[in-house]
Design a protein around this ligand. Sequence first.
Ligand SMILES: [Fe+2]
Ligand SMILES: [Fe+2]
Length: 217
Amino acid sequence: MLNDSLHMLGEQLRRSYLESTRALVAAVEARDPYTHDHSQRVSQYAKTIAIRMNLNDREINRIETAAILHDIGKIGIPDSILLKTEQLLPEEFAVVRCHPTIGVKILSHTTYLRRELPVILHHHERYDGRGYPEGLAGEDIPIGARVLAAADALDAMLSRRAYRDALSMVQVRQEFKKQHGLQFDPVVTDVVLEWLDESGEALVAKLNNKIPDVTSA
Ligand SMILES: [Fe+2]
Ligand SMILES: [Fe+2]
């Protein structure tokens, strides 16, 4: 009985903590009209991929939560770099590359998210080991981070930027094929390609209806 109450209280605390961190995420995304709702979409994509990979419910939940919070460390990146539309200088890129580590630092003050932290820390690792922050490769990268990396890239490809249009579904599929086993886990890539085969066009149609025209903002 007492155990049940403590468990419920713990869950409530975890939920209210998550709600406040979501507010932080919204603050980060409000700075850049091109990333509006990015984390929400990435979370949906990551969940879909995780379900299609038949991962267990705990892992799916962990990935979904980590995805919502994955770019929270961008709060520590100055506007002059975060909002820059021209190509970043090497030293500016080095600052951007700190955002997974900053994010984990912000979130490590609580025990509620300790299992999500490795997924957040490693969301920019590449399967071939050429990513950051630690240059992990293959299965050394937590599975959640491999799923999140693909979902994150998918949203970037499907979103318009100041310097380019959104990619077409044909281009997105080409990119995933090209990065099979390089940027992305091969199994995750196969699952993404199969999903986009079935639902890619419907996804684009949904995005076109929902995403505000940022050029007129
Ligand atoms: Fe990121
Ligand atoms: Fe992201």
